[in-house]
Design a protein around this ligand. Sequence first.
Ligand SMILES: *Cc1c(COP(=O)(O)O)cnc(C)c1O
Length: 341
Amino acid sequence: MAKKDIDWSNIGFGYMKTDKRYVSNYKDGAWDEGILTGDDTVVISECAAVLQYAQTIFEGLKAYTTVDGRVVCFRPDLNAERMEDSAKRLEMPTFPKERFVDAVVKTVQANIDYVPPYGSGATLYLRPYMFGSDAVIGVKPATEYQFRLFCTPVGPYFKGGVKPITIRVSDFDRAAPNGTGHIKAGLNYAMSLHAIVDAHNQGFDENMYLDAATRTKVEETGGANFLFVTRDNKIVTPKSDSILPSITRRSLMSVAKDYLGLEVEQREVLFEEVPEFVECGLCGTAAVISPVGCISDHGKEIKFENGCTEMGPIIKKLRDTLTGIQMGQIGAPEGWIKEIK
Ligand SMILES: *Cc1c(COP(=O)(O)O)cnc(C)c1O
């Protein structure tokens, strides 16, 4: 066993082909036993449900090397559960939770030399996904599906230090009430591409989406949940049925409460109260939490008092504690760390 010859601290957030990926096919009402394969291509019907009607869902999680040299994953059971919820909403068969976690373990084991070393800042990103693979032309769910899980090493999210980002209030909507905003489906991303390209063209890093019905409440960005800090150090995160339940955000809320003794609150957050918060962060697997320094609302700017030029103190503490738990420097709550043996 020898680590791949990769310049770990200088890889970006991109795809790099690794040795093995896990594949299982669903046919005649059952999943096959699944295999690890070296084949990184997918061959499907030109009329596959995923290609015609976007019947596809995905997950994202990471494997890390801890301070004492173990390789671990963070709460893969929650990714498995969320993928089951996504599958049900898109009329797909569920991939059993134990099998999902087993696929994670097998894929990491088979690519163990691609797990970046401790201290490099890099991690092994895992991408489980599932799609309708047989032909449909009338609008209906597929009858055959493929579950795949590949991995790719990704570099440190904050290279050369953390710089708080500037986001804008979007005129586009991300998710409808009673729609699909709460599931991790490719369709939510396809329709966000125009909004993000437009935001970048206007000089912004991300879009803040408000609730589609009233445009008065904060929802999330295209791929991360909001977390706010009040003047008296309370952690507030928006509550809405159309927000994707981020595992990172849920974990940070537990960390805030149980490790840092902070008060936490999940409730509706009106956009008009945002200027009263002193820190703002975006939570997701990729960055853990990235600080937002400024929100632009059609020319009006909201600048956060404790996080405009560098990461605010509470968000920094939350981030350091959660990454400490993930890297094995701080004891983890029961069941949070899945060791790959
Ligand atoms: C994946 C995702 C997140 C972040 O979830 P994590 O489980 O923390 O990675 C947030 N918002 C959306 C829309 C997402 O797709």
